[in-house]
Design a protein around this ligand. Structure first.
Ligand SMILES: Nc1ncnc2c1ncn2[C@@H]1O[C@H](COP(=O)(O)OP(=O)(O)OP(=O)(O)O)[C@@H](O)[C@H]1O
Length: 251
């Protein structure tokens, strides 16, 4: 695998939970730098698919690759080291540390760039830290305790903790859940900034947000692939309307 070619390839994956087939023969390819949204009704298998990509759930069929490197059923820490980062909805920030300290602690985990901090590496570290603060809109809140941040700001910090590790692939679980309209808009700007630099897969229900960020959408239904395309195609798809959105179409 080369640094310039690391499409996320999901080839016929499935998982059977003691007789219940939650995901079945599901395939998709996400191009390097692409922003892909996963849509589907409750129980469609989106979270289970994300769990298989990051190693939290073992698949019982199929294979997953980053470029040419197979990651199927490797332990989560190995998959993380191979460049897959996931942001869950529940924040894991240190509330008693400042925003800057939180990012600094996270950056230290990136042994490839920041280990054995010499003066040059310390400079890289500081540059990356300031760049990340800027990206997540928290430069002016950098010295605030993380425990004092709003819900939206906490989610952005959480994203920053991921981005500072420079993952190839970023998995986002409903990144705008619980956010105000203004926070949702700012989040779409952050995600759009990340496009091209990272390959992103997001599970998201907020269609206004999806319209802002998605390059392409993949729709799942009852654990299976249902449709894929640009938002216009998905909005027009009768299969999607029938299976997921109901006769009312996309909200
Ligand atoms: N560990 C498990 N054991 C048994 N069944 C499971 C397990 N995890 C998920 N399921 C089932 O698999 C199906 C898919 O669940 P999943 O959470 O992936 O759907 P989803 O598309 O993410 O839904 P939502 O939008 O509600 O989060 C559901 O029927 C769920 O109950």
């Amino acid at each position: 695998m080369t640094e310039s070619n690391y499409d996320l390839v999901i080839d016929g994956v499935g998982v059977n939970f003691s007789g219940f087939q939650a995901v079945s023969n599901f395939s998709m390819v996400v191009k390097q730098g692409e922003m892909r949204v996963l849509l589907g009704a409750n129980g469609a298998g989106k979270t289970t698919l994300m769990d298989m990509i990051c190693g939290k759930t073992e698949s019982t069929e199929g294979r997953i690759f980053i470029g040419d490197t197979e990651i199927t059923n490797k332990p989560p820490h190995t998959i993380a080291r191979m460049g897959v980062g996931r942001k869950f909805q529940i924040p894991s920030v240190f509330k008693k540390l400042t925003v800057r300290q939180n990012l600094s602690v996270a950056a230290m985990k990136n042994t490839s760039v920041f280990a054995n901090l010499g003066s040059l590496k310390r400079c890289i570290h500081l540059d990356k830290l300031e760049e990340t603060l800027e990206l997540i809109n928290l430069t002016r809140r950098a010295d605030e305790l993380a425990g004092n941040l709003s819900h939206g700001e906490t989610q952005w910090l959480e994203l920053g903790l991921l981005v500072i590790l420079n993952p190839k692939i970023i998995l986002l679980d409903e990144p705008t859940a619980g956010m105000t309209a203004d926070e949702t808009l700012k989040t779409s700007r952050i995600v759009n900034d990340l496009k091209g630099r990272h390959t992103i897969v997001a599970v998201e229900h907020d269609m206004a947000f999806v319209r802002e960020i998605a390059d392409k959408i993949t729709v799942m239904h009852q654990g299976k692939f249902l449709a894929e395309g640009r938002i216009g195609d998905i909005e027009k798809s009768q299969a999607v309307k029938d299976a997921y959105l109901g006769s009312g179409g996309i909200a």
